[in-house]
Design a protein around this ligand. Structure first.
Ligand code: NAI
Ligand code: ENO
Length: 311
């Protein structure tokens, strides 16, 4: 077997993302040793039961000692606290990265704690599900997905390439981007859809004239898709909303304007306008398919079909 890419990888946070990384690192022999730390004792014990790592430590500072790669996979609102705890134990030359769904805020929280002698390179795998916790993870999660790196100015290029190679080893394709641009793009393609899903399911849940059992019994596939997103982890998504506030408010205000215009077209019976818009949006999906992007994530679908416990 070839030498592992890193001698020691420390995973701080072992939920859906951290545990998927642990499984993939093991499967692809990306680390000589996997050290795991997470805040909750119960989760740490579960990670040990699942055999996700080689060592399990409650103290994140102890876990990062001599680690060549440290991956912080906690809700974005906790990344500053984790950075502060690990800062003084980091090995010289270590790469420190994260997987948070927002980037400018994570950088603002973590960078001030990062010593000069490490390479801090923020990252975000565009791969996930509505599930959370160490049982929900699976090694295939990152395959054929994008991972966006948002390196800071002046970051050592060899370190960025090493981290990119790690993510390619996990099956991902790499793009690099400015953090503010990342936050704007993700506000549109990920954060806004989740907020809309939370809202529509909340609206259905509040209806007095339609019973909850009717919502469950008659939920058409469109509504069911929203309920999947709206089942996503409340802590994670509270943090995303609070930590990408400006970009999300910008997208929400554009969304509300467009919704008002749609509402007006319905009110005034403007069928041409409705038809024109629905034709334009249909073309968007077609161009995504033509660009070769998976829409229904067939590999993931097949994986879930053969692992009913991950449903
Ligand atoms: N769930 C998803 O689909 C995706 C999530 N992300 C990002 O990945 C990060 C982790 O998300 P998930 O793995 O889904 O969450 P999760 O809820 O499954 O796991 C979070 C983990 O962080 C630990 N944790 C929380 N606060 C901590 C602290 N202060 N110190 C140490 N450990 C702490 C928890 O014990 C748990 O092990 C988040 O920043 C999220 O934005 C990125 C891509 C996709
Ligand atoms: O479950 C889904 O459909 C997702 O969109 C998963 C997801 C959630 C958050 C991210 O930052 C990236 C991916």
């Amino acid at each position: 077997m070839p030498n592992p890419m890193f001698d020691r990888i420390a995973l701080i946070g072992i939920g859906l993302i951290g545990s998927s990384l642990a499984r993939k690192i093991r499967q692809e022999n990306l680390a000589g040793e996997i050290v795991i730390s997470t805040r909750s004792q119960e989760t740490l014990a579960r990670a040990a039961e699942l055999g996700l790592g080689d060592r399990y430590l409650s103290d994140p500072a102890e876990a990062v000692v001599e680690a060549d790669l440290v991956i912080v996979s906690v809700p974005v609102g906790s990344s500053g606290a984790v950075a502060e705890l690990i800062a003084s134990s980091l090995k010289t030359g270590a790469i420190v990265t994260d997987v948070g769904s927002t980037k400018a805020s994570v950088i603002a929280q973590m960078q001030p704690h990062m010593p000069e002698h490490v390479h801090f390179i923020p990252g975000h795998p565009l791969a996930g599900t509505e599930k959370s916790g160490p049982d929900a993870g699976f090694a295939e999660l990152f395959e054929n997905r994008w991972c966006i790196l948002t390196p800071l100015e002046g970051t050592d290029e060899a370190a960025v390439e090493r981290l990119a190679a790690f993510w390619r080893g996990c099956g991902s394709n790499i793009d690099t981007m400015d953090p503010q641009h990342h936050d704007m793009v993700l506000a549109m393609v990920s954060h806004l859809p989740h907020i809309i899903a939370y809202n529509i399911v909340g609206t259905a849940d509040d209806l007095e004239t339609v019973t909850k059992s009717e919502v469950i019994k008659y939920s058409a596939s469109g509504f069911r898709d929203f309920t999947r997103l709206a089942a996503s982890d409340p802590t994670m998504w509270r943090d995303v909303c609070l930590h990408n506030k400006d970009a999300i408010l910008e997208m929400l205000s554009r969304f509300s304007e467009d919704l008002a215009s749609l509402q007006r077209a319905i009110r005034w019976g403007d069928g041409d306008k409705l038809f024109e818009m629905f034709t334009r949006t249909r073309a968007v999906r077609r161009s995504i398919i033509e660009a070769g992007q998976e829409i229904d994530a067939p590999d993931f679908g097949r994986f879930v079909a053969s692992h009913p416990e991950k449903r």
